[in-house]
Design a protein around this ligand. Structure first.
Ligand code: NDP
Length: 290
């Protein structure tokens, strides 16, 4: 019988990721909490909208939900079938990956933590970086399916390692954005033209993906176009800071970045793009980065 792959969570990332799965040649099932989105997906792509009960009967199941708690709840209510591989693309908590991996193993299911990086544009283009933790054999089995939306797939270690790499990556992203915004604030105060300054930085050693993409495309143009919610980045930094505490390390810059990125409270942050975090720096200094 033809194998099936299901995708659970057709949000900003999942919508695009699932759209590439028909390339695998498997039958592609999609499920979303708001059902209309799954119906819409099926009408745009070669996918089939199904019930959650049908989705968890697939041979490969992807999830891309906001948090590990959401995935845990879903798996608790709807356990997958024996022999399947659950590939969790949520940016989640390493401890939760270890717990789910052990729990699913008892019913014959392999669980991989496989968070992604590359923003919605990378999801749309099928060029995401996928950092995978978990059993090496399950990884080899799932790799050709993950390939459908990936530019790079790395097996980074045991269960939870993928989530740990993702949390560190996103904390670095936040650090780069904040440091760049501080530099831009200083330059604006000195009367330097920010577009020219940014051009120099992007041809110099201080550049980053934040200087090359986000500063011009979301901050200087005042668009703050939402593709990645600030509350999700706050969650990722929180995961990294929790790991620092568990490991009893002293990593002051990461902890400082958390303080700055949580100045905007969660209820507001969920409606904002992550780039809007620099607005609290603008308010502190009464200097707009434009
Ligand atoms: P969105 O908020 O756009 O989408 C979330 C999806 O999860 C929606 O399909 C939503 O359904 C569903 N959902 C939310 N809560 C539940 C629940 N309790 N049970 C079942 N389904 C639920 O998020 P993103 O796509 O932006 O992010 C998803 C994950 O990917 C997050 O962990 C994020 O940190 C990570 N990520 C995001 C990136 C980005 O640029 N946006 C980049 C890389 C990683 P409904 O439609 O009903 O609301």
């Amino acid at each position: 019988m033809k194998q099936t792959v299901a995708f659970i969570g057709l949000g900003a990332m999942g919508w695009h990721m699932a759209s590439h799965l028909p390339k695998t040649g498997l039958d592609v099932l999609v499920w979303n909490r708001t059902e209309a989105k799954a119906q819409q997906h099926a009408s745009h792509f070669a996918t089939q909208a199904v019930t959650i009960e049908q989705a968890v009967q697939a041979d490969y199941i992807f999830s891309c939900l906001p948090t590990s708690a959401d995935v845990e709840q879903l798996i608790q209510a709807h356990p997958p079938k024996a022999g399947s591989v659950w590939i969790d693309c949520t940016s989640g908590v390493p401890e939760s990956a270890q717990k789910l991996s052990k729990q699913l193993q008892t019913i014959g299911v392999a669980y991989l933590d496989a968070p992604v990086s590359g923003q919605t544009i990378g999801a749309e283009n099928g060029t995401l970086t996928v950092m995978v933790g978990g059993d090496a054999l399950a990884f080899e089995q799932a790799k050709p399916v993950i390939q459908a939306f990936a530019g790079l797939i790395e097996h980074v270690g045991d269960s939870g390692s993928g989530f740990a790499v993702k949390a560190v990556n996103n904390t670095l992203m936040a650090t780069h954005l904040w440091a760049l915004a501080e530099g831009m604030t200083l330059l604006k105060s000195k009367g330097v033209d920010l577009a020219s300054a940014l051009s120099c930085i992007n041809h110099s050693s201080g550049k980053s993906s934040m200087s090359e993409n986000i500063m011009a495309q979301r901050v200087l143009n005042r668009g703050f176009n939402k593709t990645f919610a600030l509350d999700l980045l706050q969650k990722d930094i929180g995961i990294a800071v929790d790991l620092i505490q568990q490991e009893q390390l002293q990593l002051p810059a990461m902890q400082m970045v958390q303080q700055q990125f949580t100045r905007i409270e969660k209820s507001k942050a969920q409606d904002l793009d992550f780039s809007a975090a620099v607005q609290s720096l603008e308010q502190m200094n009464r200097i707009e980065l434009s």
